[in-house]
Design a protein around this ligand. Sequence first.
Ligand SMILES: O=c1ccn([C@@H]2O[C@H](COP(=O)(O)OP(=O)(O)O[C@H]3O[C@H](CO)[C@@H](O)[C@H](O)[C@H]3O)[C@@H](O)[C@H]2O)c(=O)[nH]1
Ligand SMILES: [Mn+2]
Length: 736
Amino acid sequence: MASDGYLPLFETKSVKGRVIYRPFAVTVFVGICLIWVYRASYVPKRGEDGRWVWFGLLVAELWFGLYWLLAQALRWNQVHRCTFKDRLSQRYENDLPSVDVFVCTADPTIEPPIMVVNTVLSAMAYNYPPEKLSVYLSDDAGSDLTFYALLEASEFAKHWLPYCKKFNVEPRSPAAYFSSVIADPHDASWPKEFMKIKRLYEEMENRIKTTVKLGRISEELLSMHKGFLKWDKYASQGDHDTILQILHDGRDKNIKDTDECGLPTLVYLAREKRPQYHHNFKAGAMNALIRVSSIISNGQILLNVDCDMYSNNSDAIRDALCFFMDEKKGQEIAFVQFPQNYENITKNDLYGNSMTTIAEVEFHGLDGYGGPLYIGSGCFHRRDILCGGLFADDGKSEWKTEKNTKRTESVHELEETSKGLASSTYEQKTQWGKELGLKYGSPVEDVITGLSIQCKGWKSMYFNPVRKAFLGVAPTTLPQVLVQHKRWSEGDFQILFSKYSPAWYALGKISLGLQMGYCRYCLWAPNCLATLYYSIIPSLYLLRGIPLFPQISSPWFVPFAYVVLANYTYSLTEHLLSGGTIRGWWNEQRIWLYKRTSSYLFAFIDTISRSLGFSDSGFVITAKVSEEDVLQRYKEEIMEFGISTPMLTVLASLASINLFCFVGLVKKVALGHSMIYRLSETMVLQIILCGVLVLINLPLYQGLFLRKGKSKIPSTIILRSTAFGLFACTCFTVLY
Ligand SMILES: O=c1ccn([C@@H]2O[C@H](COP(=O)(O)OP(=O)(O)O[C@H]3O[C@H](CO)[C@@H](O)[C@H](O)[C@H]3O)[C@@H](O)[C@H]2O)c(=O)[nH]1
Ligand SMILES: [Mn+2]
């Protein structure tokens, strides 16, 4: 308790480990400096082997060192938050602000309607007064199948919400709940209701799945709901009028669940799409939602979730409010970001999908310097700020006085009034996408929007509760993971050159630590260069027998060994402390290498060619369903390759080069025993580097040479990459 008797709604604790971490980081930095010194002072003389690559190594090591420095900002000052929801209820239970939840979907095949409505249902079932809660589904596909599913869900909600309340159910996505719960047959009271609600759900699920399989709405259904009439003029996904339907009107006292309680407002929105107007992907959808909802419910707090990210904790709204409504600190907080967690993570997380270090360490570090990035799903915003509100130190937000002035129009009138706000021409000559709402032009609309808000002086909060607040679906194949990371790294890299660059625009506007943190992510893409260099050149030189690192008896060997050992020991510890496994850590190292040498490389190339005007970046939606056999391999943690992509070609080629270099080395050793001694004396670091690269690539070699079936690497890639590897190695040894 503070001295004035004030009890805060949330509390901040510094992470204890910092007393150990900080001196440790200093020693690593000394090691890095020594490496730089070594590189700069032992450049081979003119005419000596390896002079030019030496300069390359110097640049790569400078890059890695500086990039490492940026990572320190993410670890130096970590904080954890906890909330006091009981205090919130005591003080504000009758004055809670209204909350609008936005669920975004964009493709009924990649994002099945049954999954989407499960997310919607989980949001409707938040432990929050229904008259203050509204859920909007934005459907960028404008699909009548998704609409139909929502219609079904709106009826099912009348049973589901009271059930959740009565039994205090978690999670409140019915699909997740039914797959997690084991009914207790000894408890006479609840199995009956459980069986009943389960049956209702399964019937709904069946109807939705049947309709989706059919691919169209049957005549019978068409005649059942007038809403389908709105599809009469629908031409295609990219060419249709706004379709806006209020399925539950929160003001309507006649809409009640089976317990006679009111239901949250529920709205379906497919904004207008026309081929001649750019729709700006998710950012465009969000902005349409912000405007439309301002007429219908005008919630003061906005929550956005992706359609796969169901609510796993029905108290999350209240958690977020503890930040916004804290009397002392609340008024400077613009958004509260929760981590993005996934339901389908396997034990050793083959593709590093959970991004453990980012979620469990780095975002806590950002939080210590003014707040995490806005990363889309799982983020609560204050509406006024997203709509251009200015920061003022004394600007106390008066939650109580901002009571929603209830509108009096009929549902139909309300639909008609707000419909225009979602038209494809509405934003012309307005500030939407620039000063208002989410920013356009970036594949990571969220990050750039969050940064611009922080630059105005607002703070953000990272809240990472033990019970995960949101769970989504992580990609299950290597190509999908690589594409997703290409979008992210490309988007982040573009931000570096945008008007809101964290490197210069943000200077003096946000703290230095936060600036460095942003730069760490914005520089993902160019990381490919140094990494590619390091994973090719030393191996090729190993094949030639030219040492590029200090030999084992040299004192300069020590800083190299120390930095490598210290960094990897630390990262393993960090991973284990964050709940990972040793194999999980190893997998993370592999995916880290793959992302850097493929996703980031293509992101880098595309960003450059985009800035020269050659291409435009898009938004490839991440798949959220997989075929049965793919899923099975995912569960068994067998790497899935399958399709032929340029990124996979690059990875396979790199793996081939390293394999051939390693084989070459083994051959040399086998031929002459004296070699062993010489090599181990002069080239230990190169041998280790090449050996580790081969080890980490084992699943790739399996995919290349051993696996059969459609999950292996396609044969065109096998041919191309081995030919390329052989060619590179031969050229290098013969011609050089
Ligand atoms: O034109 C579009 C494209 C996408 N989406 C929706 O955007 C969400 C995110 O798309 P997804 O393919 O799942 O991308 P992820 O990489 O998983 O998403 C992360 O990264 C995005 C930025 O790249 C953020 O917007 C997301 O919130 C964040 O979860 C999904 O709900 C989509 O339906 C749209 O509404 N309209
Ligand atoms: Mn997603």
